[in-house]
Design a protein around this ligand. Structure first.
Ligand SMILES: [Zn+2]
Length: 169
């Protein structure tokens, strides 16, 4: 809206500059000031007062600068978060692949009493002769047996941990 627009709207309302100024409680010079401007600041205090009487076009909605800034920063942070997540997932996938193919020294106790020197099956800890190909027990009986063995193993581990805690450093 130009100053000329403002003057035209005022005149259409049948008001002089002085009358308009008095109605809304601003100085007459404020009215003439804005009517001489090329662009009327819709959000200026005096203009807002005039809008209480005149039917001025609405001010375009403009986000406060600070809000725009926060919004941009949030966008940037979200973008970086997504990037970081993608990178972490890529690294995780790589580690998983490495782990799945890793072959370690078997180390199972042999009949001679020494540690087995074979390489384990990929991604497993034992060689093909010492259970590296095993997919675990299948029968109910076998599953119960391994469950019991694990229970005993962890019980032993717990009691040993308690002992080493008591012994202290
Ligand atoms: Zn072995």
């Amino acid at each position: 809206m130009t100053g000329a627009d403002l003057a035209a709207i005022r005149k259409a309302a049948g008001l002089s500059q002085t009358e308009l100024a008095q109605r809304v409680g601003i100085g007459r010079h404020a009215v003439s000031y804005w009517e001489c401007r090329a662009k009327v600041e819709r959000t200026a205090w005096a203009v807002e007062r005039m809008a209480e009487v005149l039917n001025l076009p609405d001010a375009p909605v403009v986000l406060p600068v600070k809000m725009v800034f926060i919004d941009r920063r949030a966008q940037e942070m979200a973008r970086q978060d997504a990037l970081r997540l993608a990178m972490m997932q890529a690294v995780e996938a790589q580690l998983k692949a490495i782990k799945a193919n890793r072959r370690v020294r078997c180390g199972a106790k042999t009949r001679k009493g020494t540690a087995c020197r074979m390489k384990s099956e990929p991604g497993r800890r034992r060689c093909k002769f010492h259970g590296g190909k095993s997919t675990g027990p299948t029968t109910a009986d076998g599953k119960a047996r391994i469950a019991e063995a694990q229970r005993l193993r962890w019980a032993r581990w717990r009691s040993e941990r308690v002992k080493s805690c008591r012994a202290g450093p």
